[in-house]
Design a protein around this ligand. Structure first.
Ligand SMILES: Nc1ncnc2c1ncn2[C@@H]1O[C@H](COP(=O)(O)OP(=O)(O)OP(=O)(O)O)[C@@H](O)[C@H]1O
Ligand SMILES: [Mg+2]
Length: 606
């Protein structure tokens, strides 16, 4: 991911894209209150700047009056030196006051925009396909959102209220200097600011690349840490703490190197900026000093020039940081927007219908499929599951059984053939309606880090406690839960690690029973259970299967003997199908498997 994203960092097109993406939040057609706030904030900004630029005049007038120089206007004489000093203080205070007012007015617009953007990104990630999710790393994804949203926040705050105002202020001050003194002051100021900006931008470009490298190293180190911590059990099994530590340390060493370069370059930038700005300040002050010596200017003029130069310097000092942060923000946002612009490869058609399941028949028709184009997994698979019947899919590990379930749920699209539900191609209906029609008990159930009750209730939004308990009873897990000190409020731990494999599996069954879908897909739903519990649950599942269409994937053939039809899959090809007794009579692959398993069970019993 490092190399993929480096190319997309800092082209002007990205800046433009950001404006396009963020602007609608600042000027939404349907929310006049947002527009009103933006306008008021801009007015407050303008007022603050006008007062700010006028402030040094009071200062100059007070100095001139104290020094008894210059021709003071009548209003100044009226105010007196003390009055002018107080007015100077008031003006400064009002500048700050209006600045803060601007921030207060704008804060709500900015926060609302951030929330909307974070939500949009989150939803988008959920909409991405299975293929995307299993190749991306979750830790990396959440950091991209986090940094991207921060970037937008920064941009809103600083581009609108720092760069813009700064340009306005520089313009106003330049005009004042040219009008009040002479054009040479303006020339020097423009030259200094021009050099300063050119230097800052140039060095910052270079630093942005360093920062990008640092970011990538940071993401990399983080992913390694998260992956390692998630696998802590495996790490212990293989005594690999040392290996993990050195892997993490290697990633952190990369980060250290990048971070060092970033801070060295910052020192260079800061010093260079200071050199340019101080040089400019000294030149202008020397010009003014000569003017005072030759009697063309007053002492008040001298201090006013100084006041303006300081007024320019402060925000310019800031400019370095702001520009750098803005470039950084653009990089971070580019990553987020790249993500937002990625299209899921499984997508609803624009004219997709809502799937209305009537009888819930399922048919796979001549399916060819591979996760990668060059490695076929299913070849010419045709499978009929008539409405209300139970069809079992059996076969060796890796033969493509779970893959069939994923295709039915449309986690992936087939390369050839069709998947039909009630005669409708799953590609012609919305994924939402398709997913609502199918209940899946996956091969390995993963739970949310919350309570057991929450995890079962997840099956149907708004399920009541008694519905949750009924589902738990049907899945043979109610008694176990009731025996826990905290009952349904027991925390299951991350990914459900505090439960045994069989308990997790029964929670998975319970939540699917609660969903109550017309089509059930059971992928080794009872594989982690002992024979007795399995038999109990099989009973519950048989009850649940009544009136439903069920596809049951199983290893232990004894659990599927009652199915209406059994399909034997081998290396992605259907090799046999029929009822249990048909298949036994045929003396083929199934019969051989059955005899072997029967013998094994006997041995176990003995
Ligand atoms: N996301 C994936 N990308 C690439 N290959 C995959 C992916 N998922 C599964 N496979 C491969 O597809 C083949 C079929 O996998 P599948 O999960 O369907 O097997 P299965 O029949 O359910 O096996 P088991 O009985 O062990 O669960 C396997 O060889 C597996 O390596
Ligand atoms: Mg499987």
């Amino acid at each position: 991911m490092r190399h993929a994203s480096i190319t997309t960092s800092d082209t002007p097109a990205n800046g433009w894209r950001t404006v396009r993406r963020v602007a609608p939040y600042l000027w939404p057609a349907d929310q006049p209150w947002v527009k009103r706030r933006v306008v008021f904030a801009l007015i407050a900004l303008l007022v603050a700047k006008l007062i700010g630029v006028g402030t040094p005049f009071f200062y100059k007038a007070a100095v001139d009056m104290l020094a008894g120089e210059g021709q003071s206007a009548a209003w100044m004489l009226g105010a007196g030196a003390v009055g002018l000093t107080v007015a100077y203080g008031m003006a400064r205070l009002m500048t700050v006051g209006f600045q803060q007012l601007r921030d207060v007015i704008f804060a709500r617009v900015a926060q609302r925009a951030l929330r909307a953007l974070a939500l949009q990104t989150f939803q988008h990630i959920h909409a991405m396909s299975m293929r995307y999710h299993i190749t991306r790393k979750t830790g990396g994804l959440s950091r991209i959102i986090e940094r991207g949203v921060k970037g937008v926040e920064f941009l809103l705050r600083f581009l609108l209220f720092s760069i813009g105002p700064l340009a306005l202020e520089l313009l106003l001050i330049g005009v004042v200097l040219a009008v009040v003194f002479d054009i040479w002051y303006l020339v020097v100021v423009v030259a200094v600011i021009g050099t300063y900006i050119a230097f800052t931008f140039k060095v910052t470009e270079w630093r942005v690349r360093l920062r990008k490298e640092m970011n990538d190293q940071d993401t990399d180190a983080n992913q390694k840490a998260i992956d390692s911590l998630l696998n802590f059990e495996t790490v212990k099994y293989f005594g690999a703490e040392g290996r993990e530590a050195s892997r993490y340390d290697a990633a952190m060493a990369g980060y250290e190197q990048a971070a060092l370069q970033t801070s060295y370059s910052l020192a260079f930038l800061n010093f260079g900026q200071s050199l340019i700005i101080t040089g400019g300040l000294v030149i202008v002050m020397v010009m003014a000093a000569i003017g005072v010596q030759s009697g063309q200017m007053t002492v008040g003029d001298f201090v006013m020039v100084n006041a303006y130069m300081v007024q320019i310097t402060m925000p310019l000092n800031f400019l370095g940081t702001v520009y750098r942060e803005i470039r950084q923000a653009l990089v971070d946002m580019a990553e987020m927007f790249d993500l937002l612009e990625q299209n899921p490869d499984v997508k609803d058609k624009s004219d997709a219908d809502v799937l209305k399941v009537k009888v819930a028949s399922v048919r796979l028709e001549g399916i060819d499929f591979g996760y990668d184009a060059n490695r076929p997994i299913l070849r010419g698979v045709t499978l009929d599951v008539p409405a209300g019947q139970t069809v079992a899919v059996v076969g060796p590990s890796g033969s493509g059984k779970s893959t069939i379930g994923r295709l039915l749920f449309r986690f992936y699209d087939v390369q050839a053939g069709r998947v039909l539900i009630d005669g409708r191609d799953v590609r012609d209906v919305t994924q939402e309606s398709l997913h609502a029609a199918i209940g899946v008990v996956p091969q390995d159930t993963v739970l949310f880090n919350d309570t057991i009750g929450y995890n079962i209730g997840y099956g149907r939004a708004g399920a009541t406690q008694s519905e949750i308990e009924d589902a738990a009873r049907a899945a043979q897990i109610h008694d176990f839960i009731a025996s826990l000190p905290e009952g349904y409020a027991t925390q299951v731990g991350e990914r459900g690690l505090k439960l045994s494999g069989g308990e997790k599996q029964r929670v998975g069954i319970a939540r699917t029973l609660l969903k109550n879908p017309p089509i059930l897909l059971l992928d080794e739903a009872t594989s982690a259970l002992d024979t007795q519990t399995e038999r109990d649950i099989q009973g519950a599942l048989a009850l649940a299967a009544e009136g439903r269409t069920v596809i049951m994937i199983a290893h232990r053939l004894s659990t599927v003997a009652n199915a209406d039809k059994i399909v034997v899959l081998d290396q992605g090809v259907v090799v046999e199908q029929g009822t249990h007794s048909d298949l036994l009579a045929r003396q083929g692959r199934y019969a051989a498997l059955w005899q072997r398993q029967a013998r094994e069970e006997e041995e176990e019993a003995a």
